[in-house]
Design a protein around this ligand. Structure first.
Ligand code: ATP
Ligand code: MG
Length: 394
């Protein structure tokens, strides 16, 4: 435990520093405990029925391909039951794909001229579930065999820490800032790291990324406008990924706008409360104005999809349901059908920097876990359908 003594300083500047030091020390200790013993995040293994569901096959089919020796036995077998690492599920995908008559059945990656999907989650309302939904979508897609890049555009680094890198503790590696800064940027490939989660890579962030806001304000080189920088950085690694998921900071600054200029689709997560709805209206008014400025600068914006996602949905809360119906009446299918339910399973998991996909069902109240997971799966499935639509597959 950290010894807790009264804060000694009165002067605001020194007081803020003292508070920050104490908080950082406490966070460090908390995180070290959460990630013990070696301070590295790892991913759990998946029981046979979960693995079969992820591969889109029956349990019977799995037993058959094991007995025929088509796919190797997983390294973990307990009490006669098979448990698969996410990597073993990836390997099974590759093998099954080779013998499948329907191309893309097991490895659904983009092919031919299908373009890289770049989805941005944005809203300047803090706490609208941007980071939570970004990590859930990232895990949903990585578990289904897509090559996912999580791009953290928030200097707070929430997505980065969900990916197992703690910007709060000793992380001094390259970040997305280094690839988009104006002076001497490094290649995008240099800032991308693989995560502990197979299929998921990360372009990390930390506080230094906020420099981009300052620099963009002073740089006015018309050949290199700020809003082209993320787009150009992503173009360098286009072939490596199927999907980029960008988390945004809770403000409409240069980072969010540069994301908008790079995105192929937008999702605006929205909590159904009156304050959030009116703040989202202001956000979109401003966003519209900025999109106009970008277009005037000659960069045409075209989105395959531009949707609202209702987050922290509470089916038993009458006022929030009324607001949700109101949004659906006003915007019809611009509001995604699936909603992200408000659930203690989600908030408990995110406290441990995990998504619901990382939690073992038996460690939670099963009904709570099932409701939360089905809701996240439904959101993921709907985004997947939109993505396949953008590729012209459905
Ligand atoms: N579906 C959910 N059910 C319960 N809690 C949720 C849900 N989604 C998000 N939360 C909780 O709400 C809080 C805010 O979520 P999150 O950090 O994702 O929002 P954000 O929009 O990224 O915030 P910021 O604007 O600060 O970046 C978190 O503590 C998270 O655990
Ligand atoms: Mg966030």
């Amino acid at each position: 435990m950290i010894p807790v003594t009264p804060l000694t300083t009165e002067r605001p500047s020194a007081l803020a520093t003292e508070i920050s030091e104490r908080l950082n020390a406490a966070i460090r200790e908390h995180l070290l405990a959460a990630f013990a013993p070696d301070n590295k995040k790892t991913l759990r293994s998946f029981a046979a029925p979960e693995a079969a569901a992820l591969l889109g096959v029956s349990g019977q089919f799995m037993r058959k391909v094991h007995s025929e020796g088509t796919i190797p036995e997983p390294s973990e077998i307990r009490s006669g039951r098979r448990y698969y690492s996410a990597q073993e599920i990836w390997t099974a995908r590759e093998i099954l794909e080779q013998s499948s008559r329907k191309k893309g059945r097991y490895v659904p990656r983009r092919r031919g001229d299908e373009k890289l999907q770049i989805w941005q989650l944005m809203n300047f309302k803090g706490g609208s579930s941007k980071s939570t939904m970004t990590i859930h979508l990232a895990h949903y897609f990585a578990l289904r065999g897509y090559r996912v890049l999580a791009l953290d555009l928030d200097p707070q680094g929430s997505l980065t820490s969900m990916c197992g890198i703690s910007p709060e503790i000793e992380f001094d590696g390259l970040t997305i800032y280094d690839a988009i800064r104006f002076d001497d940027p490094v290649p995008m490939a240099d800032v991308i790291v693989e995560t502990y989660f197979p299929g998921l890579s990360l372009a990390p962030s930390r506080l230094l990324l906020s420099e981009f806001e300052t620099e963009s304000a002073v740089h006015s080189n018309p050949d290199q406008p700020f809003f082209t920088r993320i787009r150009n950085a992503l173009a360098q690694v286009e072939g490596e990924f199927d999907l980029v998921l960008m988390d945004s900071p809770p403000q409409l600054g240069f980072l969010t706008i540069s994301g908008m200029a790079a995105a192929s689709s937008l999702i605006v997560p929205l909590t159904p409360s009156m304050l959030d709805v009116s703040s989202t209206a202001q956000f979109l008014e401003l966003a519209g104005a900025y999109m106009g400025v970008i277009e005037e600068a000659g960069a045409a914006l075209r989105y395959d999809h531009f949707k609202f996602l209702i987050t922290r949905d509470e089916p038993t809360d009458v006022p929030s349901q009324q607001l949700t119906s109101f949004m659906r009446a006003l915007f019809q299918d611009r509001v995604m059908s699936a909603t992200a339910l408000k659930s203690t399973a989600i908030s408990d998991a995110t406290m441990l920097k995990q998504s619901i996909y990382e939690v073992v069902r038996s460690e939670m109240t099963p009904a709570t876990y099932d409701r939360a997971k089905s809701s996240m799966d439904a959101v993921g499935h709907e985004v997947e359908q939109m993505m396949l639509q953008a590729w012209g597959r459905v």
